[in-house]
Ligand binder design. Sequence first.
Ligand code: NDP
Length: 334
Amino acid sequence: MATGSFRALVARKSGNPDDKTQHVSLETVDDSILGEGDVTVRVTHSTVNFKDGLAITGRSPILRRWPMIPGIDFAGVVEQSDSAAFPVGSEVVLNGWGVGESHPGGYAQRARVKSDWLVPLPAGLTAAQAMAIGTAGYTAMLCRMALERHGATPDQGPVLVTGASGGVGSVAVALMAAAGWEVIASTGRPEEAAYLQGLGATTIMNRAELSAPGKPLGKERWAAAIDSVGSHTLANVLASTKYRGAVAACGLAQGMDLPGSVAPFILRNVALLGVDSVMCPAADRREAWTRLAKELDLRKLGDMTSTISLDDVQGAAHDILAGKVRGRLVVEIG
Ligand code: NDP
């Protein structure tokens, strides 16, 4: 039975209603801070996603309750369970469902969650590898699934991946290359060209080509795209998508706005496919994780992954928002 104190990164607000600032620090806490749930997990690994950066720095209102343990995903071992599906000793992965936002999350040695939110650790992956994939990589797979379900195939032309050196982008480059696509990687970090080519990109594009306000329609350049950037970038991506092409949009690294026109939709029959990972139904989640275990080259996953400790998470939160993190960050909870 799980009892006793444990380490956690905790975000708090003072009792003063005028104090809008949150304070985040590593603390020793007990089970009273945990959320409701039928399964308690010994968390071994978590990760730092863009959204975690927004949550920890308070740059966007991601956290909904205080005190809150941030961390939108984790992997670990069940140590207490009222769920027949996940008995004690099961290895599990969790991402989304408001964990690390309104329900205490992954930056702690212990988490209590609803068993419905859990996915079994896919065969062939360690907990560390599952968190190297993390929400970013799982979202990249959801984007690929969205394009495939739309009918996109590599023979239609290249696929563009924006934010390519980031977490979603790096996994998307590797996954699309593995599926036989010619991959154009858009990045603001030309020094990462060799890294991106190592993941499977055939062409490196300077993201400045897409960042500024553009025309309603441009030259048709790609048959499909995975965009984690939003704003002018997404508008320009749509404007240069080939006739009947499709764009899977999952992110807002440049901005939440979409300052474009309907021209790509009504003149080129382009499809804009929204991708959400947080409330994604269990069946799609399981499909995504199972396929990631089978189809993502684990050597490439290793190449895109750095490992940090719980003590480093706050610094990493600032780094990821500054666009300084390459690929994926795994947090060893220890
Ligand atoms: P990362 O920070 O790892 O990657 C984002 C990348 O976007 C950066 O590495 C950079 O790539 C590029 N970028 C950053 N700022 C700008 C800018 N101002 N203009 C153009 N490009 C920029 O974040 P993640 O991969 O974790 O997440 C990416 C996005 O996807 C985030 O907005 C996140 O919130 C969203 N997301 C959404 C999910 C969903 O459920 N819909 C799930 C997971 C993520 P480069 O240096 O190569 O240009």
